[in-house]
Structures are given as structure tokens and as C-alpha cells.
Design a protein around this ligand. Structure first.
Ligand code: ZN
Length: 301
């Protein structure tokens, strides 16, 4: 009897596992934030491969031969879109002809997108900085993945709800953190314009030395404009980013010093790439919480 029960269990497990995507099925993602979201939704039912690791700037990233092979072999591809991975657009368009490709920026409601300050008619791709908007993107992503892996629909749905609960808590944490800042402390300056969604969601005025993309070089006039702005507004601290050279921000600090205004380095933020794999900042939630804590500590009293 016991043998039969065990046998039935084994059969049930076999039946179950045969309808799930084999572990060899791989979902290739561009950024760490997207890879984290896909992993949260798929659990152990897919191998998630992330092309752009810690410190990598997606605006400048060029696909390697290995990346192209991985993308070509993938069961599905998830990327940010809205020109974040500007040098890979042609590759995604080509692959989309016969493969499931999902762009996070294309699946959120268009009305929630901010315009790009770099190009007319384009949208700002840094949507992950508004946790509530990212949660909406995760929900759309779950629907898309459930279409691709219909036998996973229930588990994807359960995982999505669990992840969204955590994201809601992080969103509230961010709102509470910035609530402690006075109105004159709500100016946030970084190396490039990655934080517009963050500023809109959490009530900060944000400015970057470089534009939405890091592809354009910053000039002396940009540095001098920003120095003027910092001096006029008595900004206390400015921030570097882990995926952008710190030289630009150092030039601004130096420029302020020449004008007799000491602006301190508030810390290094994770903007377009997450932190090291085994660190708390190596997850989307850890990265957002680290950024928010660093920003409020530097700008607040
Ligand atoms: Zn960026």
C-alpha cells in the first residue's frame, strides 16, 4: 500500500514536472532589476540570465557574441525598452520576429511615462525608480510570462501577489523617508538624469549633469550651470552613480568649492545597475532602500 502511494506521488510529480518549463529553459534579461523581477515571478522554474551586471551602464552597453548567442537560444527575452539599451534596439527588433520579447517600458500604461528631456517624442526609460510604477510593470510582466508558460499561471500569480506586497511596503518606506525632509532639502543632484520618476513619486526635485542617456558627453557649460544652481539653492550634498564615472560629479564639487560653497558627496547611488550579487543592494528592493536611506541621510538634518 505504502509503495503504491509512493508510486502515485512519483507519477503525480512526474506529470506535474512534465507540464512545467524544463529548468533548461532560459529567460534572458538585460538589467539586474528586470532579472530580479523575472526570478521573483518564475521561482525555480526558469534559469534567469542577466546580461548587464553591477556597475554596467545600459545606455552604452554593446552586446557581446556570447550575449547574442544567449538571446538567440533564450525561451523568452525581457528588456527595459524606451531606448534604455540604446545600442541593442536592432537586435531586439530582429529577435522579436520569432521569439517572445517583452519590453517593460512598453507594457506599462503610456500615460504614466515621463517625457525624455534628451529627445522630442521619446520617453524617459528609468521607470524602476517609482516603485509603484515598477509594481505595475511587474504585474503586466506576470501576465506576459503566464501567456508564454500557461501551465505556470497559478504559481506566477501567487508569486506576483507576494512580490507586489513587498513592493508596496518599499513604496511606503520611501514615502515615509522623504516625508522627513523640509522643502528646501528636497533637491537631488546626480551624474545623469535617471531619477525623474523617483522625484515625481517621492516629492524631490531632481537634476542630472548629463541628460536621460549617458551617451552625450557633458560640457563645461553644463558643469557651470549646475554649480550656479547648487550655490543659489544652497544644496548640501550631491551623488555619484555606480554605473557612471564619478569624474563629472567631482568636477561639480570642485566648481562649487571655487565659488565658496562646500557641497559634500552624499554617497554613491545605484541608478541603472544594481549592487554586487551577494550584497543587499544586489536586489531591486535592497537597491531602492539603500538609495533612499543614503539620499535622506545626506540631504536631511
Ligand atoms: Zn540612465
Amino acid at each position: 500500500m505504502r509503495k503504491l502511494v509512493l508510486g502515485l506521488c512519483a507519477l503525480a510529480l512526474a506529470a506535474c514536472s512534465s507540464s512545467e518549463p524544463a529548468k533548461s529553459e532560459t529567460i534572458v534579461c538585460t538589467t539586474g532589476m528586470i532579472g530580479d523581477a523575472v526570478q521573483q515571478l518564475m521561482g525555480k522554474n526558469a534559469n534567469v540570465k542577466v546580461l548587464m551586471g553591477p556597475g554596467v551602464d545600459p545606455h552604452l552597453y554593446k552586446a557581446t557574441q556570447g550575449d547574442i548567442a544567449a538571446l538567440t537560444d533564450a525561451s523568452a527575452i525581457v528588456y527595459n525598452g524606451l531606448h534604455l539599451e540604446g545600442k541593442m534596439t536592432d537586435i531586439f527588433e530582429k529577435l522579436a520576429r520569432n521569439k517572445i520579447t517583452i519590453a517593460m517600458g512598453d507594457i506599462v500604461a503610456a500615460k504614466r511615462l515621463l517625457n525624455s528631456t534628451d529627445f522630442d517624442g521619446a520617453e524617459d526609460p528609468h521607470i524602476w525608480f517609482d516603485v509603484e510604477l515598477w509594481s505595475e510593470a511587474v504585474e503586466r510582466l506576470a501576465e506576459n510570462l503566464a501567456n508564454k508558460f500557461p501551465e505556470q499561471v497559478d504559481s506566477i500569480g501567487i508569486r506576483m501577489l507576494a512580490y507586489q506586497l513587498k513592493l508596496k511596503a518599499v513604496h511606503n518606506f520611501c514615502l515615509n523617508q522623504t516625508a522627513s525632509l523640509d522643502s528646501n532639502e528636497r533637491i537631488m543632484i546626480t551624474a545623469h538624469d535617471a531619477f525623474k520618476y523617483f522625484g515625481r513619486a517621492y516629492g524631490l526635485e531632481v537634476r542630472g549633469l548629463q541628460g536621460i542617456s549617458t551617451t552625450a558627453e557633458f560640457g563645461l557649460a553644463d558643469v557651470s550651470d549646475l554649480v550656479n544652481y547648487i550655490v543659489e539653492n544652497k544644496v548640501k550634498a550631491i551623488f555619484t552613480e555606480s554605473s557612471v564615472s564619478s569624474k563629472s560629479i567631482e568636477a561639480v564639487i570642485e566648481g562649487c568649492a571655487q565659488r565658496g560653497h562646500e557641497v559634500k558627496l552624499g554617497g554613491e547611488l545605484f541608478s541603472d545597475a544594481m549592487g554586487a550579487k551577494d550584497s543587499p543592494e544586489g536586489t531591486y528592493i535592497g537597491m531602492v532602500m539603500y538609495n533612499m536611506t543614503t539620499i535622506v541621510k545626506a540631504l536631511g538634518k
